[in-house]
Ligand binder design. Structure first.
Ligand code: NAD
Ligand code: TYD
Length: 353
């Protein structure tokens, strides 16, 4: 079996659902259920003995030791993190705790467990660390896309904490020989995406007739990847990645934020027209994010060359599926837009002009 951390969040839940769709290997899913963790994401696994959910913190060494001893996983896939840049600006402490100290705790527990394994199990064991392209910093308009050897230049408390975790993972391989792999992925989108992030926020706000808040000039570029493609990339790395190696994962799909917002408005105009006119009327430019990275772009040639992975979805197919999913799952959105979510919206948007 495998141990997944953060499997009740956006990407982790998609990963667990996909994993159990394509294999019968059980998953122990360790998640603290912070504001971003949601068991509704895993509701379709209710009663499925292959999924063992444990509510707990990756900073809790005793708990992790116990889970490893009890379940004897052949791999750990580490998603758990604080993941939202704007929240890291308002409160960086949680990011250091979970992303840095939590990863450290998990690595130490994994090292203890792995070093006591029999030779075959020891050689086969993997610790896969899920990271982000944001560790590489911000690109100019004509800079080449990030390769795995790009210098680390993190600019936000979020990306700095993820960079720190990447360095720990690397060091645990070089110093202790722990068989780790790391993937640095671009922006994901798709089902179960928490509506604090650009794409689900714009869909939820449009459907509620609320302003669509575009930071700054809206010309910041992200490279978007449909979430199930990220899941298949992680499965490929787990199956045939080389210990100690890093794999960049991206969608070959750079787009300025304002184009994303226009695409979402056009899809909503088609699929759920608003009698008041096009959703584009709700687009509102607001004060920029401090330290806002201008452009990310991933060079995903290494994972294609070495592991034969390429995204299956184009942006056109992926974004249509995403909008359709949100339209079909309005009760999921309503449940997520709870009191705590409203407090966040107030904190993040009230003081933006
Ligand atoms: P998310 O915020 O939706 O989910 C994070 C999950 O981790 C939640 O279920 C939360 O409850 C859990 N968690 C947080 N702190 C924890 C702790 N201390 N102990 C146990 N569980 C804890 O995040 P996501 O978007 O699904 O991202 C998952 C991973 O992928 C993160 O490591 C993130 O850095 C990385 N990543 C995300 C993106 C993206 O576009 N979302 C892109 C590249 C990489
Ligand atoms: P986000 O989804 O928060 O991901 P990240 O910051 O990790 O890339 O934001 C994606 C882009 O959208 C980023 O350039 C910030 C911008 N953005 C807005 O313009 N308005 C918003 O309300 C949000 C949440 C993001």
């Amino acid at each position: 079996m495998i141990l997944v951390t953060g499997g009740a969040g956006f990407i982790g839940a998609n990963f667990v659902l996909d994993w159990l769709r394509v294999s019968d290997e059980p998953v122990v899913n360790l998640d603290a259920l912070t504001y971003a963790g949601n068991l509704q994401n895993l509701a379709s696994l209710k009663g499925d003995a292959r999924h063992i959910f444990v509510q707990g913190d990756i900073c809790d060494r005793e708990l992790i030791d116990r889970l490893l001893a009890e379940h004897r996983p052949r791999a750990i896939v580490h998603f758990a993190a604080e993941s939202h840049v704007d929240r890291s600006i308002h409160g960086p402490g949680d990011f250091i705790r979970t992303n840095v100290n939590g990863t450290f705790t998990l690595l130490e527990a994994a090292r203890g467990y792995w070093s006591a394994l029999e030779a075959d199990a020891k050689a086969a064991f993997r610790f896969h660390h899920v990271s982000t392209d944001e560790v590489y910093g911000s690109l100019g308009p004509n800079d080449p896309a990030f390769t795995e050897t790009k210098t680390y230049e993190p600019n936000s408390p979020y990306s700095a904490s993820k960079a720190a975790s990447d360095h720990l993972v690397r060091a645990w391989h070089h110093t202790y020989g722990l068989p780790v792999t790391t993937s640095n992925c671009s922006n994901n989108y798709g089902p179960y995406h928490f509506p604090e992030k650009l794409i689900p926020l714009m869909i939820a706000n449009a459907l509620a007739g609320k302003p669509l808040p575009v930071y700054g000039d809206g010309q910041q570029i992200r490279d978007w990847l449909f979430v199930t493609d990220h899941c298949s990339a992680i499965r490929a790395v787990l199956a045939s990645g080389t210990p100690g190696e890093v794999y960049n994962v991206g969608g070959w799909n750079e787009k300025p934020n304002i184009d994303i917002v226009h695409t979402l408005c056009a899809l909503l105009d088609e699929l759920k027209p608003d009698p008041a006119g096009s959703y584009t009327r709700l687009i509102t430019y607001v004060t920029d994010r401090p330290g806002h990275d201008r452009r990310y772009a991933i060079d995903a040639r290494k994972i294609e060359r070495e592991l034969g992975w390429r995204p299956a979805e184009t942006f056109e197919t992926g974004i249509r599926k995403t909008v359709e999913w949100y339209l079909a799952n309005q009760d999921w959105v309503a449940q997520v837009l709870s009191g705590a979510y409203r407090e966040w919206v107030e904190k993040n948007y009230a003081e933006r002009n």
